[in-house]
Design a protein around this ligand. Structure first.
Ligand code: NAI
Length: 249
């Protein structure tokens, strides 16, 4: 099977590092034209776009904090003007602010919900009219195993990621008749900056619980996103795809 995204314009939020960065590169390798969003680290974002362009691909970086709905709307207009209407949306940007619930502050709760859940609402809301007009679209939300089974010290993050699964299923139903599919990916523990902060001793304990006995790599998540973005995935909607080494079945 050959996946060819045929110059489809894709938007990946939080695309300058980690899982988002791998998704950007894999979408480009599969024939997509990729806009990716960064919040504050401009230099690596510009360098990624230049690296892709130098290798013959098409990618462009755009600045936006996804919690700012007006800036998000503007960014979507900029992408439309420079690359064309967006056809594939990957809601990847996310944060964690971990504490046991007893110690969790209201600020930590609010920030995680604002980025992971309301940020996803903002971007989806801004992009959806294009999809409906075109009668075609792909939305892929990066949830988490933590949204499926919970995790100690992550009540805010778990709520946001479970919320994304609910949003995915509701939107899938609303958009199924309009040529638009909406799916989620639930990665397990993946080697990125987000997991780099976990102390070594805890990391070893976590790995011992994973049937594959290792963290996944970003390159093991990105192909799942590309498949769900492809024409070949046209009959899959409302699905939550686990990429977790067998940790939660
Ligand atoms: P990361 O911390 O390396 O990357 C997160 C990206 O989101 C960064 O590019 C960051 O700038 C961006 N971002 C954060 N807040 C933003 C905002 N307000 N506006 C725009 N961009 C913003 O994390 P990683 O690991 O690459 O995570 C990517 C996604 O995958 C996240 O949604 C995360 O929750 C999810 N995930 C990660 C797992 C892991 O083990 N690394 C496991 C399961 C899910």
């Amino acid at each position: 099977m050959n996946i060819d995204l045929k110059n489809k314009v894709c938007l990946v939020t939080g695309g300058n590092r980690g899982i988002g960065r791998a998704v950007v590169k894999t979408l480009v390798d599969s024939g997509g034209v990729v806009a990716f969003d960064f919040r504050e680290r401009e230099k690596p974002a510009r360098e990624l776009a230049e690296e892709i362009t130098a290798a013959g691909g098409r990618a462009q970086a755009f600045q936006a904090d996804i919690t700012d709905e007006f800036r998000v709307k503007r960014m979507v207009e900029e992408i439309h003007d420079e690359l064309g209407p967006i056809e594939v949306l990957v809601n990847n940007a996310g944060v964690n602010r971990d504490h046991s619930f007893a110690k969790m502050t209201k600020e930590e709760w609010d920030e995680v919900i604002a980025v992971n859940l309301t940020g996803t609402f903002n971007v989806t809301k801004a992009v959806l009219p294009n999809f409906i007009e075109a009668g075609w679209g792909r939305i892929i939300n990066i949830s988490s195993i933590v949204g499926q089974r919970g995790n100690f010290g992550q009540a805010n993050y778990a709520a946001s990621k479970a919320g994304l699964i609910g949003m995915t299923k509701a939107l899938a139903l609303e958009l199924a008749g309009k040529g638009i599919t909406v799916n989620a990916i639930a990665p397990g523990f993946i080697d990125t900056d987000m997991t780099a902060g976990i102390p070594e001793a805890v990391t070893e304990k976590i790995k011992a619980t994973i049937p594959m006995r290792r963290y996944g790599s970003t390159d093991e998540v990105a192909p799942a996103v590309v498949f769900l973005a492809s024409e070949q995935a046209s009959y899959i909607t409302g699905h939550v795809m686990s990429v977790n080494g067998g940790l939660y079945l």
